[in-house]
Design a protein around this ligand. Structure first.
Ligand SMILES: [Zn+2]
Length: 480
């Protein structure tokens, strides 16, 4: 779209300028008296006419439409050619198509070139289409049972504040990951051929034509040989009150390019906007390495509700204390849409960070009801549930319809269920759900990798990742 706009407006604008210049030149040419008088009379008429218009008889043409009228009148002029503006437009279009292809969307890349007659006819366009067609023929369908899923909590930006010896230190050391560790992990996984996919890429619902209703079918994730799909998620993206002053971001914001960023309160009290957590850090990483993302996929962002969402105190509990609650709720809705547009999925992590496997059935219903009412209503709902503490509502056997908890959650709209499991792969596709185990890549895991048993050697070398600023040994705090 933007290319046709660029190509169209360039030469037209030039023609308006050159025709104005020509008119001026003609006026200066006549030095003789009768012509001067004639010009004076014409000028008086013109002034009267202009004053009449300014008094408001009839709508004044705005600047743009008068430019357009001039341009169309001039468009048949033979000397107006468009050699300089078309080349960048074609280059831009081919670069955009190439980015789509780098993200493995070869069909969209080909479509983009072929829907533009000029690009389709160009040598570069033809070569690009041929290259994409060839690569498409070599793609391998991913076995969805061999897709791993890794997860994080809010990333530690300032280790000196998180590991300052206070009562929170052990918890942070155990279940959190530092920014340096996260970036090294992403780089290592990228180098090993991992590619981010959405849960909805692994499996999705379609109409069940035989039995009515819907059914879950395996997705067709097509990647080049050697590439491996991975899902990444982040829990508790709420910037809880207790984390204040401990070296984390304070909330998610939307920047002037409509991209998600984070705010962080600096030592001197001023607020800085930047890549202060997983969402913007991964965004920037994918910007630099488009081939780390399958068709723009990023990850899953899981939120509770008791402290509000994304760092905004939106819960009804804040109605008395947060004077901006209405605006904050609107902002959360905008951020949720911004995240989705940017390739992220949003999940429930329960309202009160409750153990859905252990609490009573009525407590479970009450908690999920609160999430739907106070969080789902402003983030736009979800069909993904990420169990707090990784505590599932059943053992590893596929969910059955006699499981009251599962049936309640399913009726509530959930189709994707994620627990915590240190196995490399745990993917279970039922007829009407997808269940996946997730691996915690945190201080506890890295320390266990280095001292007891290494469970992450498929992803990276834990020794190279482990942040030396962590207090050791990393305790088994058992958070979640
Ligand atoms: Zn959690």
């Amino acid at each position: 779209m933007p290319n046709t706009y660029l190509r169209g407006s360039g030469p037209d604008y030039g023609s308006v300028l050159s025709s104005t210049r020509r008119r001026r030149r003609r006026r200066r040419r006549g030095p003789n008296l009768p012509l001067l008088i004639l010009a004076l009379i014409l000028l008086i008429f013109a002034v009267v006419f202009i004053i009449g218009r300014m008094r408001g008889d009839g709508p004044k043409p705005d600047k743009e439409s008068s430019l357009a009228a001039d341009a169309s009148a001039e468009s048949t002029a033979p000397e107006e050619t468009e050699p300089e503006t078309t080349v960048p437009a074609l280059e831009t279009l081919l670069a955009q198509a190439d980015r789509l292809a780098m993200m493995y969307d070869y069909d969209a890349a080909i479509e983009m070139i072929q829907s533009d007659p000029e690009a389709a006819e160009s040598e570069e366009g033809k070569a690009a289409v041929a290259k994409y067609e060839e690569t498409k023929g070599t793609l391998v369908r991913q076995d969805i049972s061999k897709i791993t899923h890794v997860f994080f909590h809010t990333l530690i930006m300032d280790t000196s504040k998180a590991f300052d010896g206070d009562k929170r230190q052990d918890g942070y050391n155990d279940v959190m990951t530092t920014k340096d560790e996260f970036m090294k992990m992403m780089q290592a996984m990228y180098e090993r051929g991992f590619v981010l996919v959405r849960l909805h890429d692994i499996a999705y619902e379609v109409d069940d034509t035989e039995n009515g209703g819907k059914k879950m079918v395996a997705g067709d994730i097509m990647l080049p040989e050697g590439k491996k799909a991975v899902v990444i998620s982040q829990d508790d993206v709420c910037y809880y009150e207790y984390m204040e002053g401990d070296g984390f971001a304070s909330r998610i914001v939307i920047d002037e390019n409509n991209k998600p960023r984070c705010e962080m309160i600096m030592d001197d009290g001023h607020v800085e906007v930047g890549a202060f957590d997983m969402v913007p850090l991964l965004d920037d990483f994918v910007d630099e390495h488009p081939d780390f993302s399958y068709r723009g996929s990023k990850g899953v962002v899981a939120v509770t509700g008791y402290n509000g969402v994304f760092g905004y105190r939106t819960d009804t509990a804040y109605e008395e204390t947060n004077p901006n609650i209405a605006a904050d709720r609107e902002m959360v809705t905008k951020i949720a849409q911004c995240l989705r547009d940017d390739g992220w999925e949003i999940a429930s992590h329960s309202w009160g960070h409750r153990n859905y496997g252990k609490i009573s059935m009525s407590e479970l219903q009450e908690d999920n009801g609160k999430w739907q009412d106070r969080v789902g209503s402003i983030v736009g709902g979800t069909d993904i549930l990420i169990f707090p503490f990784g505590a599932d509502v059943a053992d590893w056997h596929p969910y059955k319809t006699d499981n009251e908890r599962f049936m309640y959650l399913w009726r509530s709209g959930f189709r994707y269920f994620c627990n915590v499991d240190s196995a490399e792969f745990f993917v279970q596709k039922g007829n009407d759900f997808l269940r996946q185990g997730r691996r915690n890549l945190d201080g506890y895991r890295l320390w266990q990798d280095m001292t007891v048993k290494n469970r992450t050697s498929d992803l990276f070398n834990a020794e190279e990742i482990f942040d030396k600023s962590r207090p050791t040994p990393v305790p088994d705090y058992n958070g979640g």
